[in-house]
Design a protein around this ligand. Structure first.
Ligand code: NAP
Ligand code: HSE
Length: 439
């Protein structure tokens, strides 16, 4: 058994935005770590792609490597901290680390979404920890909450803003009329965006995170590929203006709801959120996760969802928890995933067609008599009841205007069918956007 005088060696895979923050915290906070855990930690190796890059802070002498074997095959490395991102090779490295009996900490939502159940089963059989707090919500401690403090609850729903890059872009567009491309470049410069920012903008990153959180909340795998995912790239500046006039903010929401029949709604898409709702007030890189459980009622956790320091907080929390549990002869406690009573078969995810929601639609139409009547007839025939109509931005040059329609709750399939018919009308130049209204 390991005694307290043993130095705990860390193998860090990735030394970018988050890995760099973790390396700095391991050296800068060494005394506090010793005080809080009784353990001395050392960064023994740091894996990168390019050994020639200038690093700030510079890793300890001799620590930098481009060879993963220097970490995976080193029996003296006790904890592997994976901060590389992407499914492969990170996923294979994590499997090997666990199989070799090393504890693992990861911030990788893609790996945890795709391979979480098998990696957790491997960790359990090897009696080592696999912790992943930073994989969803950045600095917000939502993963730990779902795995321990909220475990007694029957979780009914999660409604969240869980992509910092997207929320940063939407806030800049709404508040400062910043063009989309400029707002994205700012988020990248701050270190918020994924290596491929398409994952942020198209909702893929949020779907991975929702898969992780939903699986923990509902105790059965929520496969990311079954989650309905829609990005933010169709939103135009006029959508923010019109939404504000109607009393709404536009946010990209990640929603998972446990339905009474055992199926699960799981979807990521832009939504109009009433201005007085807490989620409408979550701005910039901040994220928020609203959890509703049978015992706790509604809880909202709010904090920075991306960025070096906030994410380092979550990763270091996992490392300190492992340090505190090391030497415990019983090994880590059983994990509540994938089978905490719900069975380990994948949840049935609702097709989006079955959703009932209110909608905002924006059309470019001919500015002439009878247009609204034609559109209203199609919507009415499709069982879609109109709540408000406003005509905006008349353009005498082209003879067109923007028509903004909101509806009462209707079936998504009916709305899609009706809009396809509306788009065919000769008086409709384009259907520009369809956005669900939440809350
Ligand atoms: P990043 O800045 O791009 O850093 C990635 C690091 O991994 C770099 O040091 C890179 O080496 C190294 N790397 C990548 N692929 C490698 C490979 N095949 N072999 C060896 N080294 C490799 O990424 P990040 O923003 O820190 O994100 C890291 C992880 O944290 C991702 O899973 C991400 O989703 C997650 N995360 C990020 C944030 C955030 O705010 N950035 C927040 C929460 C979670 P080089 O330096 O040589 O290129
Ligand atoms: N790219 C992610 C985001 C990083 O913007 O939220 C945090 O997971």
């Amino acid at each position: 058994m390991m005694d307290n005088s043993t130095v705990i060696n860390i193998g860090l895979m990735g030394l970018g935005t988050v890995g760099g923050g973790v390396a700095a915290a391991l050296s800068g906070n060494a005394d506090a770590i010793k005080r809080k855990t009784g353990r001395t930690v050392r960064l023994r190796k740091a894996l990168v792609r390019d050994a020639g890059k200038v690093r700030n802070p510079a890793p300890p002498a001799g620590a930098l490597t481009t060879n993963p074997e220097d970490i995976l095959a080193d029996p003296d490395i006790h904890i592997v901290v994976e901060m590389m991102g992407g499914d492969s090779p990170a996923g294979e490295y994590l499997e090997r680390a666990l199989a070799a009996g090393k504890h693992v900490v990861t911030a990788n939502k893609e790996v945890m979404s795709r391979r979480g159940p098998s990696l957790l089963a491997l960790a359990q059989s090897q009696r080592v920890n696999l912790l992943f707090e930073a994989s969803a919500g950045g600095g917000i401690p939502i993963v730990g909450c779902l795995m321990s403090q909220l475990l007694a609850n029957d979780i009914r729903s999660i409604r969240s803003i869980i992509n910092g890059t997207t929320n940063y872009i939407l806030t800049r567009m709404a508040r400062h009329q910043t063009p989309f491309a400029d707002a994205l470049a700012e988020a990248q410069a701050q270190g918020y965006a994924e290596a491929d920012p398409t994952n942020d903008i198209e909702g893929i990153d949020a779907a991975y995170k929702l898969s992780v959180l939903g699986s923990l909340a509902f105790h059965r795998p929520i496969p990311h590929h079954a989650i309905y995912t829609e990005g933010i790239s169709r939103l135009g500046p006029e959508d923010f203006r019109y939404a504000a006039e109607l009393g709404y903010a536009i946010k990209s929401l990640a929603i998972a709801v446990a339905e009474a029949n055992g199926s699960v709604q799981a979807r990521v898409h832009p939504a109009l959120v009433p201005e007085d709702h807490l989620l409408a007030k979550v701005d910039g890189v901040y994220n928020a996760v609203e959890v509703t459980g049978d015992l706790c009622g509604q809880i909202i956790l709010h904090g920075q969802g991306a960025g070096r320091d906030a994410t380092t907080s979550a990763v270091m929390g996992d490392i300190l928890n492992i340090l505190r549990s090391m030497g415990n002869a019983d090994g880590p406690p059983p994990l509540p995933l994938p089978d905490g009573g719900g069975g380990n078969s994948e949840a049935r995810i609702w097709p989006i067609d079955e959703l009932a929601s209110a909608y905002y639609m924006r059309l470019t139409c001919a500015d002439q008599a009878g247009v609204l009547a034609q559109i209203a007839r199609i919507l009415g025939d499709g069982n879609i009841s109109i709540a408000t109509v406003i005509q905006k931005d008349t353009d005498p040059g082209s003879g067109t205007a923007q028509l903004v329609i909101t509806t009462y709750p209707a079936r998504e399939a009916d709305v899609q069918t009706a809009l396809a018919a509306v788009a065919e009308l000769g008086v409709v130049a384009s259907v520009n956007n369809l956005i669900r209204i939440e809350g």
